[in-house]
Ligand binder design. Sequence first.
Ligand code: ADP
Length: 256
Amino acid sequence: TTHDGVTLACEQVVRRFGGLKALKGIDLGIRQGEIFGLVGPNGSGKTTLVNAVTGFYPPQEGRIVFEGAAINHLKPYQVAARGIARTFQNVALFKGMSVLDNILLGRHIFMRPSALASLFYWWWAQKEEVAHRRQVEEIIDLLQLESVRDEPVDVIPLGMQKRVELARALAAEPRFLILDEPMAGMNQEEKEYMVRFILDAQEALNLTILLIEHHMDVVTAICDRVAVLNNGEKIAEGTARDAIKDPAVVAAYIGK
Ligand code: ADP
C-alpha cells in the first residue's frame, strides 16, 4: 500500500562508513510520476542515498519502502528486478561493444547475480533478438540514437555516451529511474538535449524520476520538488524555487 501516492519512501535512513555518518536519518517521500531533485554540496550524501536505495550500500538503520514493500535488505539486482534502474555519475559503458549491444545488455545485466550469467543472457538475447529488439528499438528511437547504433560506444561524443547510459537504464523497463548527474561534463546544447530526452522518456514510459543534479537551472526547470542535503541531513524540501531561497540552503552552499 502506498500513502498519498508515495512510490518511494525513505524512513530515518542511516548509513555509516566507519566512523563517518554519511546519512543521519533521512526521511523522504517521492510521489508517483514526479521528477524529484536531490541537491546539496559535494559530500552531502546524495550518492550515498542513491546507493542505499539501490542496494549497493544498504542502510544500517531505517527503512526504504518501494511501492509498499521494504527493499532495504535487497541486493542490487533484486532492487533492479523490482523496477528501479539507475545511471552512474561516471559513464560506465562496455568499451568496444556497440551502442546497440550496450543497450541490449541493459535488459539484464543489473538483474542477474553474476557477470557470467549476464554474458550468457547477452549471448542468448543476441539470438533471441526479436522481442528484445522491438523494445530496444523503441528506446533507440525515443533517444535518437539511430545514427550511432552500430558504432563502438567509446568513439561517440561524451554527451551521447550519457544518452546511451540512459537508454541502457530504460532497457530494463523500470518504473522508477535514478539519474546521477546526467548532465555532468556537458555543454549547454548537450544539456538542453538531455533535458528534452529525460522529459520525453518520462512521458513515454510513465516514469517516476529521482534526479541528482548540480545545474540549478535544470533543477528549477524540470523538478516538481526537491530535497536539499547537507552533511548527511535533509535541510530543506519543497519546490526548487522555494528551496534555493531557504536560508539554511543558502548557508550550506556558501560554506556556513
Ligand atoms: P555527494 O554525492 O553528495 O557528493 P557522497 O554521498 O558521495 O556525497 O558522500 C557523502 C560522504 O560519505 C562523504 O564524506 C564521502 O567521503 C563518504 N563516502 C561515500 N561513499 C563512501 C565509501 N564507499 N566509503 C567511505 N566513505 C564514503
